[in-house]
Design a protein around this ligand. Structure first.
Ligand code: NAI
Length: 449
């Protein structure tokens, strides 16, 4: 789906007019292309701001990827990313020097540049000054996300106490936030614990894994199939028989297996397991992407609209999860589950009580599954997209759609590939320490947290 306004304010004459009139000018984001893996990780030098062993560990870790890592730069030097290390501060007054050093580089941040904060989780057991120093980073990161321009983003990693910064879990998450894979993730703080191993090849972290993706015939699901395949996985794509032709086309493209199946069918889980067992002998990842909307104000809600949304968006995946947990031999390294939530399930959305219920339910189920899966080395996470340009959002009336697109820090809708990249990251070996989380892919939508 195209955003004509974005194209206009980025081309020739109309760009000048938009500038003169002071209209919002969403930038073209630096994005990944599922067919290519050789793009540079970061568009310029990465400056690690901080002192002491934590900052040293991060700088050393980044050097291993052949990045141009600096600790300071002269004013006027174009910077690709800034990593602001605040894990060691124990009082809010200690942040200022590093924050102000970061401030001095922001004007030199490249288009689609990155600021990533690293901090520790604040807890009620902390000394109040320590908790204040840690918690403050969240407000800093979210506010900075709203200030950056030209497609640049600010995100944070909240590292569990006692976890060293050089472990693959931290570096892997940092890599995701630095790269174009996180193009539409903005203003997010992701908690990370120490679990997770470095993949043998950082460009193919899912090598040897088998994934099932529901709703794979189009939109976000098709992008997920492409990105997982690029990252090394073999994919079983599921969609309703009515979407059989498109499903075959996507699966032919990625050399995956097409499974025509309504996920609300009683035997849906068994059929998925049967195909995975017969074709690959394993199933490491399930991406619950199939979803529907049947919008109506609650006062006008019909049983059909309410029940169909609940059946597809949450009930079907609960049944499939139980069946997959029972077939644990299929996931020798632990089952990964990633479910599509939505910002509507976090902040609510007029006309979407049914959808909002189902997507908040996805988050509840994810959090309850996380400890169960962790026992066998698996994880359950949710990805909450904001406004993504797909056939689902193309059905929104034109004016509402234009407004909805601009209501985030990047002033545009995301692309299906943006959601797919977040899912592939959560499925990767280095993300084993991200569990029970909701990662928003919403350009820092101005709703919810
Ligand atoms: P879409 O409507 O373009 O694609 C959904 C796919 O799921 C379709 O191919 C459809 O045939 C399939 N599907 C529907 N019911 C099914 C069933 N019972 N069994 C098997 N397959 C079924 O949707 P889109 O935009 O790609 O969304 C994908 C997911 O992302 C959904 O869960 C949606 O709720 C979520 N999402 C989308 C957002 C957006 O802005 N597009 C925002 C937030 C969440």
């Amino acid at each position: 789906m195209n955003d004509t306004y974005l194209e206009l304010v980025n081309s020739g004459f109309t760009k000048q007019i938009a500038k003169k009139l002071g209209l919002p000018r969403p930038a073209r984001l630096r994005r990944t292309d599922p067919r290519r893996v050789d793009d540079p990780l970061v568009p310029g030098p990465v400056v690690v701001v901080g002192e002491g062993p934590d900052a040293d560990a991060v700088a050393t870790g980044l050097l291993a990827w052949d990045l141009d890592v600096r600790r300071t730069v002269a004013v006027g030097t174009r910077v690709g990313a800034i990593v602001l290390v605040l894990t060691d501060i124990v009082d809010p007054t200690q942040a200022s020097q590093r924050v102000l050093a970061t401030a001095g580089m922001l004007r030199d941040l490249a288009p689609s540049g990155r600021v990533v904060t690293l901090s520790r989780a604040a807890s009620a057991e902390d000394d109040p000054a320590v908790a204040a120093a840690r918690a403050g980073v969240e407000g800093l990161t979210r506010s900075l996300g709203k200030e950056l321009r030209a497609g640049a983003t600010a995100n944070g990693l909240v590292v569990a106490d006692g976890v060293a910064l050089e472990v693959p879990a931290v570096l892997g998450a940092l890599r995701f936030f630095l790269s174009a894979r996180s193009a539409f993730v903005d203003g997010q703080l992701l908690p990370v614990d120490g679990a997770g191993a470095a993949p043998q090849d950082w460009t193919r972290p899912l090598e040897g894994r088998v994934a099932v993706v529901t709703g794979a015939a189009r939109g976000i699901g098709a992008a997920i199939a492409r990105v997982l395949t690029r990252d090394g996985a073999r994919v079983i794509g599921v969609d309703v028989p009515a979407a059989g032709d498109s499903l075959s086309a996507v699966m032919n493209e990625v050399r995956g297996v097409a499974l025509q199946l309504d996920i609300t069918a009683d035997d849906a889980a068994e059929r998925v397991i049967e195909v995975a067992r017969a074709r690959f002998g394993r199933l490491d990842l399930v991406v619950h992407n199939a979803g529907i909307t049947r919008d109506k104000l609650l006062a006008n809600m019909t049983p059909e609209r309410w029940d169909s949304v609940i059946a597809v968006n949450i009930a079907a995946q609960l049944r499939m999860n139980e069946a997959l947990l029972a077939a644990e031999d299929l996931a020798p390294d632990g089952l990964r589950i990633v479910s599509l939530a939505s910002t509507s399930g976090i902040a609510g959305n007029r006309g979407q009580t049914n959808y909002g219920y189902s997507k908040a339910a996805v988050i509840g189920a994810t959090q309850a599954l996380a400890p169960r899966l962790a026992r066998a080395g698996g994880t359950a996470n949710a990805v909450a997209p904001g406004f993504i340009e797909t056939e689902m959002t193309a059905r929104i009336p034109a004016v509402t759609r234009q407004v909805a697109r601009r209501l985030n820090s990047l002033q545009q809708g995301g692309q299906p590939v943006d959601v797919a990249e977040a899912i592939s990251f959560l499925a990767s070996p280095q993300a084993a320490g991200v569990n029970g989380q909701v990662l928003r892919v919403c350009g820092q939508n101005m709703v919810g947290r």
